[in-house]
Write a protein that binds this ligand. Structure first.
Ligand code: ES4
Ligand code: ZN
Length: 326
């Protein structure tokens, strides 16, 4: 079989996906029209042309602007339904989906509209595509810890349908320790914990995610490679890293995909996984990310299968469900 067929045929979990980052320009225009929202672009082509980023903040500015077309429960349903329909073809059988409630509640959209729309699409995905999924509520780190606490309080009625909390948005200047108390509170409520760390931030932010937040997973983690003792610790603890190759390239975390450290991570014993991050903005869904590193770094099929296997062992699925996927 050819490489694309092999990759699509590998059952895989997606562990690092911002649902707002799966908003394709076509749907952005459709929702803008449906909701009477003005967007600063004349065409789908103009939107795609704007997706030329030099760093994380550059991207985030456009990502938050795009999210403004999302207003109703139906919008969030349509957004997630489009994601599931797309990744069914990529061999995704389980997805742990991050959402940023503050991006919406700060514009006056009710938390209930956001989460009920996502939950209804998740039910359809399981029925129609056999894809299981769970939700990761991600706090925006450029906002205050008090704002994160308020978001956790708003989520209270749905805590049995939220698997984990995460930490995303502008990393530099917003270290994990800023959120020590709210992550402790989330853990008390039985939620799993993940955090973006070491995407643009230094290795110390990865240390803080481990020691201060007590994460179960690290999102990205690229810059951990600058710290040999940290690499050793992550390997020893079997900590999963949710790596996003096309994102890393688009946001200039790596200058060239040919320099992507995915194989270095595996060689150092790190439990790396492959994910899409914000597929509508970074030019590819999860299978595209597998293909990109397979081609750029010459990964063989055993390495690709290892990465797919890691996506299940690194998931927040219960042990029996993980075993059923291996
Ligand atoms: C994000 Cl790539 C990335 N990094 C940090 N925060 C984010 N939110 C959406 N995509
Ligand atoms: Zn991310």
């Amino acid at each position: 079989t050819d490489l694309d067929t092999f990759i699509a045929g590998l059952p895989k979990a997606e562990l690092h996906l911002h649902i707002e980052g799966s908003l394709e320009p076509e749907l952005m225009f459709a929702l803008a029209a449906r909701n009477g929202v003005t967007i600063p672009f004349a065409s789908v082509e103009e939107v795609r042309a704007a997706y030329d980023f030099s760093n994380l903040q550059d991207f985030l500015d456009i990502y938050y602007a795009g999210a403004q077309v999302l207003l109703t429960r139906q919008d969030f349903h349509d957004l997630a339904a489009a994601y599931f329909a797309r990744v069914a073809a990529d061999g995704v059988v389980h997805a742990e989906i991050m959402f940023d409630p503050q991006t919406h509640t700060d514009r006056g959209v009710a938390f209930a509209e956001v989460i009920e729309g996502l939950l209804s699409a998740m039910a359809v995905a399981e029925a129609e595509h056999g894809i299981t999924s769970s939700l990761i509520l991600s706090f925006l780190r450029h906002l205050s810890e008090d704002a994160a606490f308020a978001t956790l309080a708003e989520a209270e009625p749905w805590l049995d349908r939220i698997t984990a909390v995460g930490l995303d948005s502008s990393e530099l200047g917003h270290p994990p320790e800023k959120f020590a108390r709210v992550f402790a509170a989330a853990r008390e409520k039985g939620l799993k914990i993940t955090a973006h760390a070491g995407e643009e931030g230094p290795p110390d932010y990865v240390h803080q995610a481990l020691d201060v937040l007590g994460v179960d997973r690290i999102d990205h983690g690229n810059r951990a490679l600058e710290d040999p003792a940290l690499i050793e610790r992550l390997a020893r603890e079997g900590m999963t890293l949710t790596v996003c190759p096309l994102s890393n390239h688009k946001l200039c975390v790596v200058d060239d995909l040919a320099d992507h450290p995915i194989d270095a991570m595996l060689a150092r014993g790190l439990k790396a996984t492959i994910n899409s991050d914000d597929p509508a903005y970074f030019g590819g869904y999860v299978a595209d990310n597998y293909r990109a590193v397979a081609t750029a770094r010459g990964l063989d099929r055993a390495a690709l299968a290892r990465l797919a296997r890691n996506s299940f062992t690194g998931s927040f699925l219960p042990e029996e469900a993980v075993a059923a996927h291996l």
